[in-house]
Design a protein around this ligand. Structure first.
Ligand SMILES: N[C@@H](CCC(=O)N[C@@H](CS)C(=O)NCC(=O)O)C(=O)O
Length: 202
């Protein structure tokens, strides 16, 4: 299978982390969807990344669907609990929270690079406030636990670390580490994982 993406996209990072953690063989192909000749628009009508092309040429999108599909391919490790409905819901809710932080950060980024007079400052504020609230919520939920959900790594951890790496990239001025020291120490541990390091390198 082939994963189309770019190194800056947080949604792509999340799916790369899933494939790497589960050791699912794949080719990672950098393919910015807006560049002429991009394969993305030919395989995914939405023209978005990540797009995962299976060996039978089926295209899987978006990142939540890719993560869920990949998780069914083996159980080493199981990243989305299978039998405990509440635990499964909580992992998917963590993912929704992390994806929502990414969504808001993308909106803020898109607005911020428009010419000063054309920026929608109220939209920027709305989304920055959503990120701030979500980080507080995240920090409270994590508490002093080692993992976001249960006693081992899940999709929740992979989604959250992807959102935080994107915040560091696009909102370096946001001092979330001082505001939430528990998130900061969890992040340090996550950053040491081989999968995360691989996505930071290339
Ligand atoms: N909800 C989607 C969001 C994917 C998304 O919006 N990706 C962005 C890149 S971060 C994209 O492909 N945008 C289209 C473009 O850049 O032209 C997912 O989780 O996969």
């Amino acid at each position: 299978m082939k994963l189309l993406g770019t190194n800056t996209s947080p949604y792509v990072r999340k799916t790369r982390l899933v494939l790497l953690e589960k050791r699912i063989p794949h080719d990672y192909v950098i393919d910015p969807p807006r560049e002429p000749g991009s394969l993305v628009v030919r395989v995914n009508p939405l023209g978005r990344i990540p797009s995962l092309i299976l060996n039978d040429e089926t295209c899987v999108f978006d990142s939540a669907v890719i993560a869920e599909y990949a998780d069914t391919l083996n159980d080493k490790p199981i990243l989305i609990p299978r039998n405990d409905a509440k635990a499964r819901m909580r992992v998917k809710r963590w993912e929704a929270l992390a994806d929502g932080i990414m969504d808001s950060a993308v909106v803020v980024r898109t607005e911020s690079i428009r010419p000063a007079g054309k920026q929608e400052t109220d939209i920027i504020l709305l989304h920055n406030n959503a990120i701030t609230r979500s980080l507080s919520h995240t920090s409270e939920m994590l508490g002093s636990h080692e993992w976001c959900e249960g006693d081992c790594i899940t999709l929740a951890d992979l989604a959250l670390v992807s959102a935080l790496i994107y915040l560091d990239l696009r909102q370096a001025e946001r001092d979330w580490r001082n505001a939430h020291p528990n998130l900061a120490s969890w992040f340090v541990r996550m950053s040491e994982r081989a999968s995360v390091r691989t996505t930071m390198e290339a």
